[in-house]
Write a protein that binds this ligand. Structure first.
Ligand code: CTP
Ligand code: MG
Length: 231
């Protein structure tokens, strides 16, 4: 059984808006509803957990289908993940896919690539190569961009691996970090530029442009990637 965790428990401080970015309107939907729809449309998950800040629970519950488990997040991303893992324990999932709700444009092809890979490898993340010249800016050192990848979400793990990795209760940047610290290897799966993280104010503008055409982009991708994961 595969479970999905959608993280919307942050405050979105870098966007500088009154409401957390995941609850901003993008076209006709709230930002968090985009990846939630991708999760639901994929038919991959037996359980979907949506993690939100305590004071947004009511707002989210009235807008969310009743089969989605809406739970309260923690002070950090890692805590929010742990809350979701603890919640899921009773359902005994075999695998879990974790995704930032602040990455609204999640194609089914990417989800399918991630799931296909985790079934075999046990720990995977979406990642993109670096196209721009990379410089360590303090000393203007030009680094070899071929040696770096940019890690995105979704990330997916065998449930026992991610539970064990989170035992230390530290605060990590993402969920591959504790898994690697625990000695497991993490497989890279080709990410997607559409799956960027809305982080700063200007990202909202870009997201609004994509939102306008998202329905078509999503549908076309879904039909092209139909055969990627035969279930
Ligand atoms: N997140 C979470 N719980 C937290 C912090 C973050 O569930 N306590 C989620 C965010 O909602 C987001 C994802 O983790 O979907 C990635 O975090 P980020 O993009 O950094 O979002 P925020 O922490 O909300 O933004 P900022 O760092 O600018 O405050
Ligand atoms: Mg943050």
């Amino acid at each position: 059984m595969i479970a999905g965790i959608l993280l919307a428990g942050g405050r979105g401080e870098r966007v500088n808006s009154k409401v957390p970015k995941q609850f901003m309107k993008l076209g006709d939907k709230y930002l968090f509803e985009y990846p939630l729809e991708s999760f639901r449309m994929s038919n991959i998950f037996e359980h979907i957990v949506l993690v939100v800040p305590k004071d947004w629970i009511d707002f989210v519950k009235v807008r969310t289908p009743s089969d989605i488990h809406v739970i309260v997040g923690g002070d950090t991303r890692s805590e929010s993940v742990r809350n979701a893992l603890d919640f899921l324990e009773k359902f005994k999932p075999d695998f879990v896919v974790i995704h930032d709700a602040s990455r609204p444009f999640l194609k089914l092809s990417l989800l399918r690539r991630i799931v296909k890979s985790v079934l075999e490898k046990g720990a995977v993340t979406a990642a993109l190569s670096c196209a721009d010249t990379m410089v360590e800016f303090e000393n203007f050192v030009y680094v070899d961009r071929e040696r770096y990848v940019r890690i995105q979400t979704p990330q997916a793990f065998r449930f026992d691996i991610i539970k064990k990795a989170h035992e230390k209760r530290k605060n990590w940047r993402d969920d591959t970090q504790p898994v690697v610290e625990c000695g497991f290897s993490v497989e890279f799966v080709k990410g997607d530029p559409f799956c960027f993280k809305v982080t700063y104010e200007e990202d909202i503008e870009l997201a609004r442009v994509i939102a306008y055409r998202w329905h078509m982009i999503f549908e076309e991708d879904a039909s092209l990637s139909k055969n990627l994961l035969q279930r």
